[in-house]
Design a protein around this ligand. Structure first.
Ligand code: SF4
Length: 298
């Protein structure tokens, strides 16, 4: 197992616009879920070995020290650059122990994941939810397991992710769907999106945040196009013609599709606006000073 040095792990976010999060935390570097569209493999992040997972050295001691030094409690995001529930986490339990620290020091959490392994930690997430927001956003791009296996070959199936939504919702965790990317010509059809929204609502999910497109940067684009050539011959040329080297690649008819997704969400009782998701997830919590006692790992 490769390790990498780190001085600090829990860092301040620039703003709260993304699910109301105040801090960021990445315990791992790299990911083995193999999503063909993954932004984190872009050259700007300087990680050519993205498909191998490295662990931050002394991660838990650093997280504990970072949390101790914070003068303001808040919600800590995890999963922006690599999946905190990668297969190694099953053995190492780093994310689980970091959640225990967040709970002990009175912080909330917002997890991004494609893995049902997060449901293993329903107990700790539920403990956090008793005092601060605990959000789990599941990234699911298609409800079709065969298509998912081609788009996200190393990630658990969509069914397993929906089952995890159900389990976490029952444990009182604020959970839902992160519907992005939406891949032109692959997952942007209404039948697929409709299934995703319905299954999220049926599982007890509270929200769906959608952005109808994908972003493409250097490094990520080349990897994605190679995968298209292999898995979906002929599609790359359509992407190249339509998007060139554009960063934000929205699906054809994006505005109309987005409006339709919002209507569907409203019909199914799912929140879809970021402001509303943030407001509801933070409702009833006291974001005052730090708790007097935080004994775990101290
Ligand atoms: S799970 Fe997330 S970080 Fe991992 S490959 Fe997929 S998109 Fe990238």
């Amino acid at each position: 197992m490769q390790t990498i040095p780190a001085k600090t792990i829990v860092t301040r976010t620039r703003s709260r616009w993304w699910f109301g999060t105040d801090y960021n935390m990445n315990l791992y570097r790299g990911c083995t879920h193999g999503c063909i569209y993954c932004d984190s493999r872009s050259s700007c992040y300087h990680n050519p070995d993205f498909d191998h997972i490295a662990v931050k050295e002394n991660a838990l001691a650093i997280v504990r020290d970072d949390l101790r030094r914070k003068v303001q409690r808040g919600v800590v995001a995890t999963g922006a650059m690599s999946d905190p529930y990668n297969p190694l986490e099953r053995k190492l339990g780093l994310t689980r122990h970091a959640l225990e620290l967040l709970s002990a020091y009175g912080f909330g959490v917002a997890v991004d994941t494609k893995s049902d392994l997060v449901s293993r930690d329903a107990d700790v997430l539920s403990e956090i939810a008793a005092q601060m927001p605990a959000l789990v956003k599941f990234s699911i791009t298609t409800a079709d397991p065969a298509l998912a296996a081609r788009l996200e070959p190393g990630a658990p199936s969509p069914e397993r992710r929906f089952a995890a939504i159900e389990q976490l919702a029952k444990a009182g965790v604020f959970t839902g769907l992160l519907l992005m990317p939406v891949l032109p010509g692959l997952t942007d059809n209404r039948e697929n999106l409709s299934r995703l929204l319905r299954q999220t609502a049926e599982a007890g999910g509270r929200f769906c945040y959608c952005w109808p497109g994908l972003t493409m940067r250097e490094g990520q684009r080349e990897y994605f196009y190679q995968a298209l050539d292999r898995e979906f011959p002929g599609l790359r040329e359509k992407y190249e013609k339509r998007y060139g080297t554009r960063y934000r690649c929205t699906v054809p008819g994006a505005a109309k599709l987005y409006a339709w997704v919002r209507e569907e969400c409203s019909r199914l009782g799912l929140l879809s606006e970021m402001e509303a998701i943030i407001a509801v997830s933070r409702q009833g919590y006291d974001f005052g000073g730090l708790p007097g006692q935080a004994s775990l790992f101290s």
